[in-house]
Design a protein around this ligand. Structure first.
Ligand SMILES: [Fe+2]
Length: 166
């Protein structure tokens, strides 16, 4: 695994990786996973989380997704997310603060960066299980959840250090 250089980003109180460094880190974990393939751990719930790396400036998680409905629109507080599909397909919904949405289907090898405070949701709406790797930098400490009401986003709640719920 190649070394990743940590950097402070302007305006951020906690150390965080740059977006290119996060992309490189996730790509390294994906390559390592592909080099030693193992059967997909099929979770009994719609997704399972397994932490691959816990650092002061970044956490990396392996997620396994069964077919399931959309979860909840959310942001990651002051953390940026970068994720990459390793197997299967995932759908991402990105919501604007005005309530509009864009949808994108990601196949194995494709990745997305989710800026600080961007609102999105990810789910597997295909029969085949999916695997993805997600980095959060700085490590995620809070999520805010939303629903779309009358075409706008409305906050439904917050959760600190949420991990694995659908
Ligand atoms: Fe997310």
């Amino acid at each position: 695994m190649s070394p990743v250089t940590s950097a402070f980003l302007p305006g951020m109180a906690r150390p965080a990786l740059s977006q290119p460094a996060m992309a490189a880190l996730v790509a390294d974990f994906a390559a390592e996973l592909r080099s030693r393939p193992s059967p997909i751990d099929q979770p009994s719930d719609c997704r399972s989380w397994h932490r691959l790396h816990a650092g002061r400036d970044v956490d990396v998680w392996l997620l396994t997704w069964m077919r399931g409905p959309e979860a909840e629109l959310h942001d990651h507080g002051d953390s940026r997310e970068h994720f990459r599909v390793v197997a299967g397909q995932l759908t991402e919904v990105r919501a604007s603060r005005a309530g509009g949405t864009t949808w994108q289907t990601l196949s194995a090898g494709q990745s997305r960066s989710v800026p600080v405070r961007a609102v999105h949701d990810v789910f597997n709406d295909h029969v085949e299980p999916a695997i993805s790797i997600h980095a959060f930098s700085p490590p995620m400490s809070r999520m805010t959840f939303y629903e779309r009401t009358a075409g706008r986003l409305r906050v439904t709640g917050h959760q600190w250090a949420r991990r694995a719920e659908c």
